[in-house]
Design a protein around this ligand. Structure first.
Ligand SMILES: *Cc1c(COP(=O)(O)O)cnc(C)c1O
Length: 477
């Protein structure tokens, strides 16, 4: 035992070793010391407890170093896995909240690189040669695309809602239906947001039914906003009644003075009629503006397919008032997102299916069964060429729009199903794929690993094939 202990160098000796340079370049010295200490105590424990094979593993100074290096590599890999990196989404969920919501078109990345790597006219009016507004370009695009009088953009939609309530309803009443008390992704809850904004929430109706007369009954001079919130991630079915935004508009019009405004938080916010592409109806932002909704808020990175952003469109005087609120500066959109949004909106301006399909989100939603079939056959071919011998089948599967949009919509999808033998083996393969250098996130169904084709990109096929080939070889060894 003493012999073996003697093979373990001191911390000082360890840190001086040539091989430590690599780790020193990647982590702070204190972290490296912590990892080495872990490795050493692990060894000492194994020796103390006389574990099997210790004389082999720690029999010489060289062997000890090999063990420590392997421990450091594991630590470094774990550390690096936490960094934001590319993953392959084989889940078929298009707007995957955990996988970064909307992937951006390639050309957006190019624009960001071109514009942001140097100076740009973010807040400079080139015509006038003096200070300008960062919102000018996208505001003009948004007004054209939605027909609204004015627009502005903030950090995300949660901020857009909060800011609107703060700027327009602080100390006043906001009326909202009990069926629209939404909670989004953990911490965004409408009742709490209203309260935090300084507005007074007035709930009307019941969970399943709310009528216009419920709003009418409580609306008074103290009311600033009639709020409608999109039921983004749930549906109420059966015996139901809900009040449309346009009916609220009619109700408000009847008021003589101090009439409240109608605000709609649509969550996802679409700019094209999805029915044209075989998808369920979602009111477009322009249709809401046309119906007279005073203020509409939505996300940049949901169905719009852009960067994280909160978009507000509506009446000029309201947008003006919001822009003047002190909180605006705190929820300001950053330069990179703004450039991305500008490029994405530019694609919408072209109003062609080709331009829409340049947006990955739209492309994945609009893809046809035939196209999925072709994609599947290509992947199968690639797998065979790489020498992957698992049995694969091209099967139908159910995909989802995801990201709190179109909650009950199921998309007819197709997947390459890899036969793993049994459920256990499928589970193991699923985990192994997730631990690849470029992690592959898939699903399992019984003894199959499903690779949904909708969310796979062309370049993913090669990576998946190589990963499966390696996994197969490890299994044989
Ligand atoms: C998603 C969503 C939000 C929050 O939007 P973020 O852009 O994620 O901040 C707010 N309201 C509704 C109805 C939503 O669906």
């Amino acid at each position: 035992m003493q012999e073996l202990y003697r093979n373990i160098p001191s911390m000082h000796q360890l840190l001086e070793q040539e091989m430590m340079v690599h780790y020193k370049n990647n982590v702070e010295r204190d972290t490296l010391k912590k990892w080495l200490n872990e490795g050493i105590s692990h060894m000492k424990k194994a020796i103390r407890e006389g574990e099997q094979g210790i004389t082999l593993r720690y029999g010489s100074k060289e062997q000890v170093m090999i063990q420590l290096k392997s421990h450091l590599d594991t630590c470094l890999l774990k550390d690096q896995k936490k960094r934001i990196q590319s993953v392959i989404n084989a889940t078929g969920t298009v707007l995957h909240t955990n996988l970064g919501r909307a992937p951006l078109p390639k050309q957006v990345g190019d624009s960001i690189q071109d514009i942001a790597s140097g100076y740009c006219n973010l807040e400079y009016d080139i015509e006038k040669g003096k200070r300008g507004s960062r919102y000018d370009a996208v505001e003009s695009q948004l007004c054209q695309l939605t027909g609204a009088q004015a627009a502005m953009v903030v950090n995300n939609n949660a901020a857009a809602v909060f800011l609107s309530l703060h700027a327009l309803a602080k100390g006043k009443k906001v009326i909202v239906s009990r069926s629209e008390q939404v909670e989004i992704g953990g911490s965004f809850r409408i009742p709490e947001i209203i309260e935090e904004s300084g507005a007074i929430m007035v709930e009307v109706g019941t969970t399943n039914k709310t009528y216009l007369r419920d709003f009418q009954k409580v609306m008074d001079e103290e009311t600033a906003i009639l709020l409608k919130v999109h039921k983004s991630n749930y549906r109420i079915e059966g015996f139901t009644a809900e009040v449309k935004g346009e009916d609220m508009v009619d109700l408000v019009k009847g008021q003589k003075e101090n009439s409240p405004i109608v605000m709609e938080d649509v969550g996802s916010g679409v700019l094209v009629d999805l029915r044209d592409y075989g998808l369920p109806y979602e009111p477009t932002v322009s249709s809401l503006i046309q119906k007279g909704i005073d203020l509409v808020t939505f996300s940049g990175d949901k169905l719009l397919g852009g960067p994280q952003a909160g978009i507000l469109v509506g009446k000029k005087e309201l947008i003006q008032k919001i822009k003047e609120d002190q909180l605006t500066r705190m929820v300001r959109i950053d330069k990179l997102s703004l450039i991305a949004l500008q490029e994405v909106l530019n694609l919408y301006m072209q109003k062609s299916q080709k331009a829409y399909r340049a947006l990955p989100i739209m492309d994945m939603l609009m893809i046809s069964k035939e196209e999925l079939q072709i994609k599947g056959e290509k992947l199968q071919k690639q797998l065979a060429e790489e020498g992957v011998t698992y049995e694969t089948h091209l099967v139908s599967c159910q995909d989802q729009p995801g990201g709190g949009s179109l909650p009950t919509t199921v998309l007819d999808g197709m997947a390459v199903a890899i036969h793993c033998g049994d459920e256990d083996a499928a589970g193991k393969m699923l985990i192994a794929l997730r631990h690849e250098e470029i992690p592959i996130i898939a699903r399992i169904k019984e003894e199959f690993v499903l690779l949904s084709l909708r969310t796979l990109r062309e370049e993913d096929s090669m990576i998946i094939s190589k990963a499966l080939k390696m996994y197969q070889m490890k299994g044989m060894a």
